[in-house]
Design a protein around this ligand. Structure first.
Ligand code: HH2
Length: 283
């Protein structure tokens, strides 16, 4: 069980978010692909977040704009209306904010967010880099081909792993150029963001190439439709069992952070995978 007041002022990224760390998904949206509407009220979202932290999540990721395929952007005001009450209630607990916007990130940081999870990797509003640099918070830079509205239309790559790695390397340089300390950055291949199921699986198979960029890697696999395809199911949402299997495979290839919906099961599965890696019960 994690301590709700867990230390987020550690000296290095891996002190703050040790490997493996589970990031619980708290979507305050009516239309997210797997849990849309579950936490539409502030009270439900806050309860869910607290439960995730008590169940062993290292942090929770609070988002107010769906990035599912086909999703339309929401206004900044709408995004703020969704996330601010939740962040206010969670003040003092380890939280990241899933946003690409300066105004939302700035308010979230004021309310104590320790990480900005930007699925646009500082491209939607490049000035966000200065906000992150000035505040000295952590940032996740994620790869996406296209935008959520169009990204699944016809994703194409010569070599998906090389292209995602080059993109992340370039975004890391951009972040550092804008004054963000390298130690504040983690990288994410962006599973499901402008990728076919085979692109996603190839990225996971060769995740060591992304890990070799030298920064901790975050993966968001939980319930994604590629997992439903693997299981031969026509539905769009992957199961929690498949999510855990893929998370353990990503852990084996060096991933550090795992963005998940079913926190207790992932905490247990990753603790087991971690013990196997160590060859010891004691961490
Ligand atoms: N996936 C989603 C949202 N944010 N952030 C990172 N860093 N990595 C991911 O893979 C990732 C993410 C999509 O999942 P979800 O939040 O469940 O759905 P929605 O975007 O519809 O809210």
């Amino acid at each position: 069980m994690s301590d709700l007041k867990s230390d987020i002022s550690g000296a290095t990224f891996l002190d703050r978010w040790p490997r493996p760390s589970v990031m619980g998904v708290v979507n305050v949206t009516p239309d997210s692909f797997s849990d849309g509407g579950s936490y539409a009220s502030t009270v439900d979202a806050v309860d869910a977040a607290r439960r995730m932290l008590a169940d062993g999540a290292t942090l929770v990721d609070v988002g107010g704009e769906s990035t599912r395929p086909g999703a339309e952007p929401v206004s900044v005001e709408q995004e703020l209306r969704r996330v601010v009450p939740v962040l206010e209630a969670l003040s003092g607990t380890p939280v990241s904010v899933d946003t690409s916007r300066v105004d939302v990130a700035r308010r979230a940081i004021e309310l104590g967010a320790a990480m900005v999870n930007d699925v646009s990797a500082l491209r939607r509003e490049p000035e966000l880099a200065e906000v992150v640099a000035e505040a000295g918070v952590d940032v996740c830079l994620m790869h996406m081909q296209g935008t959520p509205r169009t990204m699944q239309d016809e994703p194409r790559y010569e070599d998906v792993v090389d292209e995602v790695a080059s993109f992340l390397e370039e975004r890391l340089s951009f972040a550092i150029g804008a004054g963000i300390l390298e130690d504040r950055v983690c990288l994410d291949p962006g599973i499901g963001f402008g990728k076919t199921p085979d692109h996603n699986l190839e990225l996971l198979r060769r995740l060591d190439r992304i890990v070799a960029l030298g920064r901790p890697v975050l993966v968001g696999l939980s319930r994604k439709s590629t997992l439903a395809r693997v299981a031969g199911e026509p539905g769009r949402v992957g199961s929690d069992a498949a999510s855990m299997g893929a998370a353990v495979a990503a852990f084996d290839r060096g991933a550090t952070l795992f963005r998940v919906h079913d926190v207790p099961a992932h905490v247990e599965a990753l603790a087991a995978a971690s013990a196997v890696e160590r060859g010891s019960v004691v961490a």
